[in-house]
Structure formats: C-alpha cells, structure tokens
Ligand binder design. Structure first.
Ligand code: PFF
Length: 468
C-alpha cells in the first residue's frame, strides 16, 4: 500500500496518533470543562471513562483500520458490512463539524501568539472584544486552515510525523515548567484543591456527560480518526501497547495542563474558585482570559518569551489535531472517489472552512449566532454561542459513533476477528489478561454503558430532560 503512505515505524504512529489526540482539547477545553463540571469529581470521572470505556473503542478503531487499510467509510465495506457504512459517514460528518470550529479556536491561539510577541498582556481582559474582531480572527482562521491543508497535502509520513516528533516533547516540558511556576503564586493551593480534591456530591448527569464527552473528544475517538491512522500501522506493531501509550500521553497532558491552569485561575480570582464556571471568565474563554495576566507577572521580557512560546506550542498542538481531522475526509475522498490527493485536500479544506464561518461569527460579531442556543431554545451546554453548540453536538455524535464502533467490533465483525487482528504483533495475546478484559469490554462494558450514557446525555444536553 505504498501509494497510501505509511508511518515509518511504531513510534511514528504513536506520536502522530498522540498528536491527533493532544491538542486544544487538552489545554483549552479540558480546563473549562473541569471548571464547569465543578472540579475534581469531573476529573475522576474523566479518568475512569478514558481508561475503562474509551480504551476498548480505541483498540477497535485501530484494529479495524489496520485490518482494512481503509478510511472509516471504506473500512466497513471492506469487512463486508456495507450497511455499516453509515457509521463511517457519521464519523466524517463529525470530523467536518469538529474541524469547522476547532480551526477557529486554533486561530485564536495563533493570534494570541502574535499578541504575546507584542507584549499585549491586556488581551486577556479584552478577550470578548478580541474574538469579535472578525478581520483578525478571520485572518488567523484562514491562515490556520491553509497550513493544515498544506501539511496534509504532503502525505502521511512527510508532514504529520515530523511535526509530532519534535513538538510534543517541547510542549510537555513547557507545561511542566509552568506548573512549577504556578505553584509559587499566591492562592495556588486553592486552585489545586479545586482540581484534585473531589466532592462527589457534585456529580450529576451534566457532569457525567461532560466528562464522557471530553474523554471522547480528547482521545480523538468515535469518528474514525484512528481507523484512518490505524490503516497506516504495520502488522508487526502491538495495537494494545500503542493504544496504551496514546491514552497515557493524552490523559497525562490534559492532567498537567489542569495542574498548570487551576493555580493560575485561583491566583487571578484571588482564591475564589466559585467564579470559575461563570460566563466571561469560565467557558471557552478560560485559558485565553487567564494566561495573559499570568504571563504579565513574569515581567516584560520573560512574559513575552514564555507567553509567545506557550501560544506557539499550543498552536502546533492544535495543528497536529487539525491535520488528523482533515486527513479523515481526505482519505475518504481519495480512497472511495479516486480523487487526486492534492485536489481532495484543498477542496475539502475549503468546504470545511466555509462551514466554520458561522462559528467564526459567533464570538460577538453576530448577535444571533452569539446567542444561538438561547434563541433557538436548546439548553446551553457550556455557552450559548454557535461555536459551543456545534462543539456540543459533535461531542455527542462522537459518543454515538464510539458506541456503534465498539458494538460493531464486538458483535458484527465479531470479537474473534478483532482478537485475531490484535494478536498480530502481540506475542502471548491468546492467554493474556488484556484479552479477557477486551472480551468483556467490547461485548458488554463499553457498548452497554455507552449506549445508556449516550441516551441520558442526549436528553440532558439537547432537550433539558434529566432522568438521573
Ligand atoms: N483530540 C483533539 C484534541 O483534544 O484537541 C481533537 C480531535 C482531533 C477530536 C481529532 C477528534 C479527532 F478526530
């Protein structure tokens, strides 16, 4: 399959898949979801969901991709289940939705890099005006989509892998440095205890749904991104250990991002963590409001260096994710419609950019789009702007997709075939504990629990109905 491209080795795949997983979801979305979900109890649920419920979905996606060497739609065909193509289609739709708004936020992050370069630390307190400035944010969004399309057009091992290899470790080191700094600030401990000391009475279906949606989004699961990436993995690689590394890296980075943000938030709020879920401070603006003020405390030279470098790395982390998001529909168009890769990339990128325009305008520029959920009468998931609405919709679809994929792997494709695929590249799989766990997880644990939670979350998030 040389013409489709392949990862040069196992590390290349892990880094690229982790590059897809690690992005704005970890550093931008995770903290405000935790803030909204009441803190540590959300974190506990999130960890539980990632390691127990999502892990089998991840394995199923990679195995299906490697078995079929196809994009998410073609994969179901290839296995002989044409009727299941809709799951792949759902994934494509989801990927398009996600990239449409993700690109806008990635543009904000890149724009903040420029603001930090010019020592404009006040941009944090003017975040509302910043995202309203359509010329600026529009320009950055265009730039970001162009860069993404350029990398994807270079093919799998050329673009995605190289970027992931250098940038991920740098980002981790930078965050750890900021964690160390964060703990020296006044009120830091109030932030840490909000983040790490759970109050289980906070748990309700909104919090559960938030944590589960976040787990799927953060791990890039439920839309076939890992079916696509799995199709580039060698038969000699161990799918289980690869999935474990990807999950650990993703969860680890989200976790340390939280350790960095919450002391900063507590410092900014003078220790009053009750405001962390309030509009204007919490929600999608959380890191964009909080961090510039913190960088200002480093003084003008260090503030500029650390601040700009941070937002630059965040933009790169976002880029490895936008690349994977674009790769999914592109792989589909190339494989299934035999369109030339280069052409496919630019057309798909243009379409997604256009779909993202309402999200771009929903940061205050358009009254209607900025208050979308309130106006059309659905409950706000986090905020009522169109971007938040699309994000919540896509999240719920990821859940549905994940549930269907794992059900497919366990019951339709049949777990015997799944096991067979996993066993390649894994000596001793036959008698391992992992096999026993997966046996249970793909037939009972993940499909059943995910189906129940999907229904509860759907009713809660979109119809305001709370059953538990
Ligand atoms: N996991 C990415 C993040 O956390 O930023 C977002 C994402 C990328 C979701 C790719 C889904 C996907 F297929």
């Amino acid at each position: 399959m040389a013409s489709r491209g392949a990862f040069s080795n196992k590390l290349g795949f892990i880094l690229a898949a982790a590059g897809s997983a690690v992005g704005l979801g970890n550093i931008w979305k995770f903290p405000f979801e935790v803030g909204n979900g009441g803190g540590a109890a959300f974190v506990v649920l999130y960890l539980f969901f990632c390691f127990l419920l999502c892990f089998p979905v991840m394995i199923s996606e990679i195995a299906i991709g490697r078995k079929t060497l196809r994009n998410p739609v073609g994969a179901f065909n290839e296995l002989g289940f044409r009727n299941w193509r809709f799951v792949g289609m759902l994934g494509l739709f989801c990927g398009v939705l996600i990239l449409s708004f993700y690109n806008v936020v990635a543009g904000w992050a890149f724009g903040y890099f420029i603001e930090m370069l010019f020592a404009n630390f006040d941009v944090g307190s003017q975040f509302g005006d910043y995202i309203k400035d359509i010329t600026k944010v529009g320009f950055y969004a265009i730039l970001f989509m162009l860069t993404t399309a350029f990398i994807v057009s270079k093919g799998v091992s050329g673009g995605i892998e190289k970027a992931a290899k250098i940038l991920m470790p740098t980002l981790i080191i930078m965050i750890l440095g900021l964690v160390a700094y964060a703990t020296t600030l006044p009120n830091a401990m109030k932030g840490i205890s909000f983040y790490l000391v759970p109050d289980f009475s906070e748990i309700n279906i909104t919090v559960i749904g938030g944590a589960l949606r976040q787990a799927f989004f953060s791990l890039s699961l439920g839309m076939g991104a890992l079916i696509t990436y799995g199709s580039y993995v060698s038969k000699n690689d161990n799918i289980i250990s690869s999935a474990a590394y990807i999950t650990l890296m993703d969860v680890g980075i989200a976790f340390i991002a939280g350790l960095m943000i919450f002391p900063f938030v507590a410092f900014n709020l003078g220790g009053d963590m009750t405001q962390v879920s309030e509009p204007g401070f919490g929600g999608p603006g959380l890191i964009f409001v909080t961090l510039p003020g913190v960088f200002a405390t480093l003084g003008s030279t260090w503030g500029v260096i650390v601040g700009s470098f941070f937002f630059l790395l965040l933009s790169f982390a976002a880029l490895t994710s936008t690349v994977s998001l674009l790769e999914v529909p592109v792989a589909y168009v190339v494989d299934e419609h035999k369109v030339n890769r280069n052409k496919a990339v630019w057309i798909v990128a243009l379409i997604i950019f256009v779909i993202g325009i309402p999200s771009l305008l929903s940061g205050g520029y358009s009254e209607f789009l900025s208050n979308f959920s309130r106006i059309i009468g659905v409950p706000d998931v986090i905020d009522s702007d169109f971007l938040s609405f699309v994000a919540a919709t896509a999240d719920v679809l990821l859940l549905l997709g994940g549930c269907l994929i794992v059900f497919f792997a366990g019951y339709i494709w049949k777990k015997k075939n799944l096991h067979e695929e996993i066993a390649q590249g894994f000596n001793g799989y036959e008698n391992s504990f992992v096999k026993k766990f997966l046996d249970f997880a793909v037939t009972i644990l993940s499909p059943v629990v995910l189906a129940i939670l999907f229904i509860l979350v759907l009713l809660n998030n979109f119809f305001g109905i709370t059953l538990i």
